[in-house]
Design a protein around this ligand. Structure first.
Ligand SMILES: Nc1ncnc2c1ncn2[C@@H]1O[C@H](COP(=O)(O)OP(=O)(O)OP(=O)(O)O)[C@@H](O)[C@H]1O
Ligand SMILES: [Mg+2]
Length: 306
C-alpha cells in the first residue's frame, strides 16, 4: 500500500516539520582564551559570516587560524568574548545555559576535533548512540534509523557491541559522526570528521554527511584540511589569523574584506609580498583596482623627490 513515507530514506525523522536547516549569522565575533600564565590568546578577531539554511560549507585554513574555536561557538559550547551569533532567529551568544543545552541536544550536533572527546569510552557503540538520542521523544526515537543501520552506514556493523576504548582511531571517528547525525540535527558541525580515515571510509562518512543535507536540508559545516573533502562542498570559508580571509564559491575564489577594510592577500602573493611591503591601489575606472607593489628603489626615489 502506498504510504506517505514511501521512497523516504529510513535515516530518520522525515516527517518532522521543523526538520529543516538552521541558518547561521555571526556579527563581529571575537574570542579570547585566557591562559594560566594570565595572558590572552586572541583566537577570533572579528568574524562576520552568514550561512543560509541548508547550506553546506567547508571551513579551511592553517593550524591555529580559529576554525575549531568558531565551530564550538556556533555549536553553543562556548560563548564569544564579544560579538553576536544567531542560529535562525535565536541569539545564542546571549542565551542562558538551560536554553542552550536544549538547542544542543535537539537542533545542533557538534562533533569536536578528536573523536574520543565525543564518546563515552567505556560504553559500546550502541550505547553511545542511545546516549546521543537521550533527549528525543519516543516518537522521534521510533522514527530514527535503527542503531544497526546507522552503524552499517559508517562501516561499523561488526562493532555494535564493542566498547569504544578498544576501537581504533578511525573507528572512533566514524562512531563519533554516527552519534552526531543520530538525532537528525538542523545544524551539523563536524571538526575534521575524516582526518583519520582511509579513502573508502572517508567516502562513506562524506556520503552520510551529505545524505543528511539531501534528506532534511540540514545546514552542514565541516572543518577539514583535506582538499578532496572540501571539494565535495559548494562553498568553502578559509580562516586566516582569526578572521574569514577568503571564500570559494562554485569553483571561484574570493578574498573577503574584513573590519576596517582589512584584506588578506592570496597565499601565493603573500609569500612574495611580506608584511610591511608597500602597495599602491589604482582605480582603473572600470570597476577594477590595480594593486602594484612599490619596489624599494622606487620608494626611495619618490621619497627623495622634493
Ligand atoms: N583552550 C585554549 N586555551 C588557550 N588557547 C587556545 C585554546 N584553544 C585554542 N587556543 C588558541 O586559539 C587559537 C585558535 O585555535 P583553534 O583550535 O581554534 O585553531 P584551528 O584553526 O582549529 O587549528 P587546527 O587546524 O590546528 O585544529 C590558537 O592560537 C590556539 O593556540
Ligand atoms: Mg582545530
Amino acid at each position: 500500500m502506498p504510504s506517505q513515507r514511501r521512497g523516504v530514506s529510513p535515516v530518520t525523522y522525515r516527517d518532522r516539520v521543523e526538520a529543516t536547516g538552521l541558518g547561521v549569522r555571526c556579527e563581529g565575533v571575537v574570542h579570547l582564551y585566557r591562559t594560566f600564565g594570565g595572558h590572552d590568546v586572541v583566537a577570533l578577531r572579528g568574524v562576520d559570516l552568514v550561512i543560509a539554511p541548508g547550506e553546506r560549507v567547508a571551513f579551511l585554513g592553517p593550524s591555529g587560524s580559529g576554525k575549531s574555536t568558531l565551530l564550538t561557538l556556533l555549536g553553543g559550547i562556548q560563548k564569544p568574548s564579544a560579538g553576536r551569533i544567531f542560529l535562525g532567529d535565536a541569539e545564542i551568544s546571549r542565551m542562558g545555559e538551560r536554553q542552550l543545552s536544549r538547542i544542543r541536544s535537539r537542533q545542533v550536533s557538534t562533533m569536536l576535533q578528536g573523536a574520543t572527546r565525543n564518546l563515552l569510552p567505556y560504553a559500546t557503540a550502541r550505547q553511545n548512540i542511545a546516549f546521543a538520542r537521550l533527549s528525543l521523544t519516543a516518537e522521534e526515537k521510533r522514527e530514527a534509523l535503527v542503531d544497526r543501520e546507522l552503524l552499517r552506514r559508517v562501516g561499523l556493523e561488526e562493532q555494535v557491541d564493542q566498547v569504544v576504548s578498544t576501537m581504533s582511531g578511525g573507528q572512533r571517528q566514524r562512531l563519533a559522526l554516527a552519534c552526531a547525525v543520530a538525532t537528525a540535527p538542523r545544524l551539523l558541525l563536524a571538526d575534521e570528521p575524516t582526518s583519520q580515515l582511509g579513502h573508502e571510509d572517508r567516502d562513506h562518512v562524506l556520503h552520510l554527511i551529505h545524505s543528511l543535507g539531501d534528506d532534511f536540508g540540514t545546514t552542514i559545516v565541516v572543518v577539514t584540511h583535506q582538499p578532496e573533502v572540501a571539494e565535495t562542498f559548494p562553498r568553502s570559508v578559509k580562516m586566516l589569523g582569526g578572521r574569514v580571509g577568503a571564500e570559494g564559491r562554485e569553483g571561484s575564489e574570493y578574498a573577503v574584506v574584513g573590519e576596517d577594510g582589512v584584506l588578506h592577500l592570496p597565499g601565493h602573493v603573500a609569500a612574495d609580498w611580506p608584511a610591511g611591503t608597500l602597495v599602491r591601489f589604482e582605480d582603473d575606472g572600470d570597476g577594477r583596482l590595480v594593486l602594484t607593489r612599490a619596489t624599494h628603489e622606487r620608494v626611495t626615489q619618490e621619497g627623495a623627490q622634493p
